[in-house]
Every structure is written in C-alpha cells, then in structure tokens.
Design a protein around this ligand. Structure first.
Ligand code: AMP
Length: 391
C-alpha cells in the first residue's frame, strides 16, 4: 500500500508491478502477441518463452527465448529476468510451472492450470463444485465406457481426456454398436463421455480477477464454429437474459472458487430447452474475446496485464452497441495472397494478422473485427469483408 492510498484509507491494495517492469509469457502464439501489444502499449517490457523461433509473440516482444518447456535451466533463467509469469498456452508441464513459481509469481497459479489441463479433471472439478455440466462419465477401459454410455443414454460424445484442440479427438455415437469403435479410435486411453445435447447457441464469458479479488466480466459472446474451429463471434449474444446472467454469475463464481488471478474463458452450451452447461475452461484470453481489442474499453489482453500486475481492472463495456469477429484461416491463402486492400475498404473493419509465416489449412492466421449499431450489421460486415479477401 502506498502512503497516499493509506492516507485515503484504501484497504489492502496489493503490490503493483508498475509499467517499466518486464512481464514473462509462456507460449508464443497470437494470444501472446496480443498480450504483448497491450503490455507494451502500457509501457511494460515482455519476454516470451517457447520452443519456436520467429513467433507471433516473439516478433513483438522485447526478447524471444527459444527452448523446450521441459528445459528447467532455461526456464529458471527466463524467470529470473521477469517480474511475473503468465501464459498463453496451457499445456505447460507442471514441473515447468513449479520451477518458475519457485522464483517469481505465476498468474494464474499452477493449481488453476492443473484443473484446466485435462478434460476429465476439469469436468470432475466443475461437477464437484456444483457448476452445471452435461451428464458425463470418465472411462479408462472399454467396459467403463460402455457402462457410462448406458448410464448417460445415447446419443453421446466421446472425447479424449487430454484436451484435443478444436474438436480433434471427438466422436458422436448414436448406436451402442459403435461404442467399441469409438474407444479404439480414441486411442484406447482415457476418455470422457458426455450426453450429446441439442444446441441453441454456444457462448463464452471471459472474466478477469485481480490480485485484490475484484472481478470484471464481459457480456457473453456468441460463437459459431465451422469444422470444429471458431468461425465467427458476435456480441451481445442472442440469448435470453436468464442464461446470459447465469453464465456471467458462473464465470465470477469460478474465479472465486479457483482463487484465480488473470483472465479465464468459460465456454457454455445453451440448449434448445434453455438449459445452460459449462463446456470447458481456458485459463487465458480466448479467441472469442479477440473482438474486445477493438470493440471494448479494455481488451481481454489489457485485462490480463492489469490482473497479473496487480492493477485495477478496466471497464468491459463495448464502445459501440455490437461487434463481430471472423477468423482468417490458412485456407484463405489457397489461391495466393488474400486481397487485403479489399477488406480494408470497409472503414469499420479492423485487420489483425499474427505474423505466421506458413498459412496451412485450419491454421489461425488472423482475424477481422467489425463494430456496428446492431449484431446483424456487424456480422454481415465482417463476413462480407472476409469474402472480399478472395476477390
Ligand atoms: P469441445 O472440444 O468440447 O469444445 O467440443 C467442440 C464442439 O463440439 C463444441 O463447440 C460443440 O459444437 C460440439 N460438442 C461438444 N460436446 C458436445 C455435446 N455434449 N453436445 C453437443 N455438441 C457438443
């Protein structure tokens, strides 16, 4: 607590990591890049650590350290140069987080990371703490999977317990005869099986919790996927007020339960029956929140900086009534370089590219954001601008 604050009677203000300090980020993709841009704008320096070179984050950071995540010597050297470590990629070995945590604060904590690193563990945590999940079972053998399917009832989705990215490692089963096939296809390892629900919408709530325990969340984002990859996000989500409020309350409660410091994304299913279930958690900023960079007073990345540095959180309000984001996947490069000028001809469109050198099908290369008076207008604009890239 500073003297001025004490003089004003401000209670228990946590120590601030002030601008000018160096922040460490584990992982080097687009989330780290946007975190770094937000941090540098506020006068921080950023070091990034990952096994890769010339990365989206490294290109904009002060220092890019290239070493494997299990190189504890390199991790310790990295940690000694920074005031705090956060991550943009959660599949960091526990040992690595521990090695860093011995030297410097890690936010969010290794404990929160542990919960969200494995689907089975995460679902169990959610259920044990009373958060709504679709009925699920955890299976390590074919027999356990068959029992689980019998208990839950068909149709079900079988998912590998280790997180697969973007729907990889997932199978829908509608007939009991296909359970064994799904077990074999899942690699015979650990799986989570859950009831297949009819979706009205998929939404996410991105929330942040600061060092002093204050919480701020964005209104829900509505997410549409294509081939299991996020395609378009819009906000405000077109769902009734009931589930929208409930989703925000759940995100806030999760932050408290996890004693979390940083940014957390909670993905939800809203069913055609109006039920709300938590699908999964991401212990970091999320693709569905990219539109906050242009559309909100405080972006999810600035919020991450504020939270991990012990600064007060910023406003999550939108600058215009509605916004939309469309992902730009490597597929757009199939016929050569996209027509950037055509998309930029839309004056309300913002172009983000992540500096990735090789466009591959399905690879997230960038995104477009539109802000507008209505969701329909924002969505129409962002999709038209993306179509124009191929013109
Ligand atoms: P996940 O990897 O769990 O996020 O699942 C990827 C996508 O598969 C989700 O965004 C949904 O569109 C769909 N999905 C996953 N689980 C279910 C379920 N239990 N019922 C219906 N659709 C699901």
């Amino acid at each position: 607590m500073t003297e001025t604050e004490a003089g004003r009677g401000v209670a228990r203000r946590p120590p601030v990591i002030a601008p000018g300090a160096t922040l460490g980020v584990l992982g080097s993709g687009q989330l780290g890049r946007m975190f770094t841009i937000a941090a540098r704008r506020m006068g921080y320096r950023v070091h990034t650590f990952s096994p890769d070179e010339d990365t989206p984050t490294g290109q904009v950071a002060d220092l890019e350290v290239t070493a494997p995540y299990d190189d504890l010597v390199a991790l310790r050297a990295f940690a000694r140069q920074v005031a705090v470590v956060t991550f943009e990629f959660e599949n960091i070995p526990a040992q690595a987080v521990q090695a860093i945590g011995d030297l410097v604060p890690v936010r969010p904590s290794g404990a929160a990371l542990h919960v969200t690193q494995q689907r089975g563990r995460e679902k169990t945590f959610l259920a044990e703490h009373g958060f709504p999940t679709v009925p699920f079972a955890h299976a390590r053998t074919l027999e356990a999977l068959q029992d689980g399917v019998a208990r839950i009832g068909l149709p079900v989705v079988v998912k590998t317990a280790a997180f697969g990215y973007d729907g990889k490692g997932q199978q829908k089963i509608t007939r009991a005869a296909d359970v064994e096939k799904a077990w074999v296809a899942a690699g015979g390892g650990e799986v989570v099986v859950e009831r297949f629900v009819n979706l009205h919408a998929e939404i996410s709530v991105i929330a942040a919790r600061g060092l002093g325990g204050e919480v701020a969340e964005y209104a829900p984002f509505e997410n549409r996927h294509s081939n299991h990859i996020l395609d378009v996000t819009t906000t405000p989500a077109a769902i009734p007020a009931g589930p929208a409020t409930a989703a925000r309350d759940i995100a806030r409660a999760l932050l408290e339960t996890l004693d979390y410091v940083g940014v957390l994304c909670v993905e939800f299913f809203v069913t055609t029956d109006g039920e709300l279930f938590v699908n999964e958690l991401a212990p970091r900023p999320h693709n569905s929140g990219h539109l906050t960079f242009d559309a909100a007073v405080t972006s999810q990345f600035e919020q991450q900086v504020r939270a991990i540095c012990g600064l007060p959180l910023g406003s999550t309000a939108l600058l215009r009534p509605a916004a939309a984001m469309a992902n730009l996947l490597g597929d757009l490069w199939a016929e050569g370089e996209p027509n950037w000028a055509a998309a930029c001809r839309y004056p309300d469109i913002k172009l983000h590219l992540y500096g990735k050198l090789k466009p591959r099908p399905g690879r997230k290369m960038g995104h477009l954001t539109a802000t507008a008076r209505t969701v329909a207008e924002a969505q129409e604009m962002v999709v038209s601008a993306r179509d124009a890239l191929l013109g």
